[in-house]
Design a protein around this ligand. Structure first.
Ligand code: F6R
Length: 241
């Protein structure tokens, strides 16, 4: 596991983007696993800058997002499809048909989840997966639990996650209670994983993750310790404990 401790959010975003830019430059048809949330926004801004200023080419890049709220379609401002369009896809030369965000309105959710994993495999598998981390240690929406799903699945969000994510909605009641999430196995199959953590509200979970030499499904991110190519990038606030 590689650890980068950056001064602040800006430096963290530049570090993450520089790794991605290098990977995209090496493999023009790279398959990226992408996350939403506050943390990767700065990284996406840097990728947009690299596209606009340095001609970074996304025309052959494919993407798979980690998760989506159930019940929201892509035109809903709080959907993760909308988020990705706004924060990245609309500003680069990616072919939208190469971008995949789980469909929160899928009719047969179980079949859809299986199909999502199949599509990832059929595309050749994720080369680089970007992850944020929940204050409770979740990655994607794999919440702390006794058992974790390997494949993409329907998950019920924990109260703490609903509270954390309420900041994006008008009220906490509007936050969907369920989501489609890539499973731990889907994530661990990625060839390279980059986990980002920024801000004081991530300090406690990062301390638990980095200090304890254990893995536990109660901290889903700890399972990443079993992966052979994980880079963790934190800012000083997230590393402060
Ligand atoms: C988002 C996702 C989540 C977030 C996590 C951190 O697609 O899968 O696991 O990465 O909740 O969110 P932020 O970055 O908003 O603190």
């Amino acid at each position: 596991m590689k650890l980068f401790i950056e001064k602040d959010y800006d430096a963290l975003s530049k570090r993450a983007a520089s790794i991605l830019i290098e990977e995209i430059s090496k493999k023009e048809d790279i398959i990226l696993g992408l996350a939403t949330g506050s943390t990767p926004i700065g990284t996406y801004k840097e990728l947009i800058r690299a596209h606009k200023e340095d001609g970074l080419d996304f025309s052959k890049v494919k993407t798979f997002n980690l998760d989506e709220y159930i019940g929201l379609d892509g035109s809903h401002p709080n959907s993760y499809r909308y988020f990705m369009d706004e924060h990245l896809f609309n500003h680069i030369n990616i072919d939208k048909s190469n971008t995949h965000v789980p469909d929160g309105k899928a009719e047969d959710l179980e079949a859809y989840c299986k199909e999502y994993d199949r599509l990832i495999e059929e595309s050749g598998g994720i080369d680089v997966q970007i992850l944020g981390i929940g204050s409770n240690g979740h990655i994607a929406f794999n919440e702390p639990a006794e058992e974790l799903s390997l494949g993409t699945t329907v998950v019920r969000l924990k109260e703490s996650t609903i509270r954390d994510n309420a900041r994006f909605f008008n009220s906490i009641e509007e936050v969907p209670k369920t989501a489609i999430s890539m499973g731990i196995g889907s994530i661990m199959k990625a060839r390279k994983i980059i986990l980002l953590a920024s801000g004081k509200n991530k300090a406690e979970i990062m301390a638990k993750l980095l200090k304890n030499d254990v893995v536990t499904t109660q901290i889903p991110a700890s399972l990443l310790k079993l992966h052979h190519d994980v880079t963790i990038i934190v800012d000083e606030d997230a590393y402060s404990e």
